[in-house]
Design a protein around this ligand. Structure first.
Ligand SMILES: [Zn+2]
Length: 341
């Protein structure tokens, strides 16, 4: 179901696009505009946040500086709890949100323990993931696997804590284990453990998750297919593991003579197309992210609290909407690629 974008949004967007249009030749501009228009249509009102993040071009990147020399986003020291704490939410019978205000961590409950996906920062993992499981009545000591979508501090920062305390197996791609090795980090990195390839299946008890390599945000980003239960009804989530076009801002960590903007956009475009097919084949009807802004968690998590038996599930959006989300990602990447000289 597509809804028309609001007038205020359309006006703001038009201004943003007009702002950069003067810099590019007209044929190129037409190409960019066509992809942005497709993305805007796919976004509707429900995926406006991811459209705004990916399709509105950032200000020109500054030159290399000491601040941009690490591969990961700048790690906040230890921000005050009041600035990031969020309460845990049981979203499906077998999926708990155990994240913070802006970053999501997810716990998949199985018949043989817990699989954690993207365990936040080092400063928040104990509070949100461990505390969240306890609050919802699950035992964090049964965490058996930690899937890290990619090796940035906002998702990988808490992995070593779970590895050390619970002997949980930590899973990343080879590329992103390497990325963490290269990262000068103020946080404790996990010891290299499970090196997963494309199609890697994580089976625990009655549940199997499938990891699909979707390079772009990083070279080894994983996106994951997750089976879900809501009472007697079964659903499937498509979890998009890395969203932003990091190379536009953090150029020192991404752009090399062999890997220019075009390389990264091409990787991202191919991944979005491929994962859209994977999600369709899996009949995924739920779209999840590791950032609360992108998948609507900022409104869907509160909506869970007032959901009554028989009400529709806020996270169940249907396969068509899952496909639209990945089309926004693809078309914004195509627009970005068209902007590259
Ligand atoms: Zn990231």
């Amino acid at each position: 179901m597509k809804r028309a974008p609001s007038v205020a949004w359309a006006i703001g967007l038009g201004a943003a696009i007009a702002g950069f249009a003067a810099d590019v030749p007209s044929a190129q501009k037409a190409d960019v505009d066509a992809h942005v228009a497709k993305a805007r249509t796919a976004a509707g009102d429900d995926f406006r946040a991811v459209f705004d993040r990916l399709c509105v071009p950032p200000a020109p990147a500054p030159g290399p500086s000491p601040a941009s020399s690490t591969a990961a986003p700048a790690t906040p020291a230890r921000p005050a709890r009041a600035t990031w704490h969020a309460d845990p939410v049981k979203v499906f019978d077998n999926l708990y949100f155990v994240g913070q205000t802006e970053y999501s961590a997810w716990a998949v409950l199985t018949s043989a323990g817990v699989i954690v996906i993207d365990p936040l920062f080092d400063y928040s993992v104990a509070d949100e993931v461990v505390g969240g499981l306890e609050t919802l009545g699950a035992d964090p000591a049964t965490i058996k696997y930690v899937i890290v979508s990619h090796g940035h501090s906002d998702h990988a920062g808490g992995a070593s804590f779970l590895q050390d305390r619970y002997k949980a197996r930590v899973i990343l791609s080879a590329e992103d284990w390497d990325l963490m090795d290269r990262t000068k980090a103020s946080w404790k990195k996990p010891r290299r453990d499970v090196v997963a390839a494309d199609g890697h299946q994580v089976t625990l008890g009655d549940t199997t998750l499938t990891l699909h390599k979707t390079p772009g945000h990083t070279l080894g980003t994983f996106s994951t297919i997750i089976p879900l239960r809501d009472g007697a009804t079964r659903h499937t989530a498509a979890y998009w593991g890395g969203t932003a076009f990091n190379w536009l801002g953090n150029r020192a960590a991404y752009i090399t003579p062999e890997r220019q903007d075009r390389f990264w956009f091409d990787q991202y475009i191919g991944s979005a197309q491929r994962f859209r097919r994977v999600a369709a084949d899996a009949k995924a009807d739920v779209l999840l992210s590791n950032h609360t802004a992108f998948d609507g968690s900022k409104t869907k998590l509160p909506a869970m609290a007032t959901r009554r038996p028989g009400d529709p599930h806020p996270y169940v959006i249907g396969p068509e909407a899952v496909s639209r989300y990945l089309t926004v990602a693809e078309e914004c990447a195509l627009a970005g690629r068209a902007r590259v000289p």
